[in-house]
Design a protein around this ligand. Structure first.
Ligand SMILES: [Zn+2]
Ligand SMILES: [Zn+2]
Length: 182
């Protein structure tokens, strides 16, 4: 995903709207999707005078395996994006912020992305935002029963008769200790 800023270059306050529908190749951190992930990103890039402000709404739907039962399911992701970009010659991350005049945007200094030429690539920002939008556990549904540790069947599909000790191993060590005390 690349936005071209040639038309708004040198014009503070000028903006350009964009709308991307692209497939982002997987896997990326946390998402072992079986296919490329279709991503929609609709937003606006604005020339702020110092750089470019990109904001918009990001949506994606990935088919990923459930953390508990391993069955693939549709995972919908959405994120609100607001990012600053500065062109590389004066916006390189490695340049020491100390040399800038104090008080000017000090808190924003670490917080920009770098681009070169007339094109801003949004791919890294899009991936970062989607990874942050992931739930801590990827579950096909909140009540997923997972796989039976004894017979290996998917307990959402089969009601097996296995007797499973659901005690956490750390907890059982504690219970052993408690038994010794008695
Ligand atoms: Zn599941
Ligand atoms: Zn079982």
């Amino acid at each position: 995903m690349r936005v071209h800023i040639g038309k708004i270059k040198g014009k503070r306050g000028a903006y350009e709207d964009f709308s991307f529908h692209e497939a982002l190749p997987a896997p990326w951190e946390g998402v072992e999707a079986s296919r490329d992930v279709p991503v929609e990103f609709v937003g606006r890039v604005t020339n702020t005078g110092k750089g470019y402000h990109v904001e918009g709404v990001l949506r994606a739907v990935a088919t990923v395996p459930c953390d508990r039962c391993l069955e693939p399911f549709r995972l919908e992701m959405a994120s609100q994006v607001a990012e600053e970009f500065r062109s590389a010659p004066y916006g390189t991350r490695d340049s020491t912020p100390d040399q800038e005049s104090p008080g000017e945007d000090q808190d924003a200094l670490d917080d920009w992305n770098v681009f070169q030429g007339d094109t801003i690539s949004l791919d890294d920002v899009v991936r970062e935002h989607l990874v942050l939008a992931l739930p801590p556990k990827l579950l096909c549904h909140a009540a997923c029963k997972g796989i039976c540790p004894k017979c290996g069947q998917n307990r959402n599909q089969v009601a097996c008769d296995c007797m499973v000790d659901d005690v956490d191993p750390r907890l059982s060590a504690l219970m052993d200790l408690l038994k010794k005390d008695q």
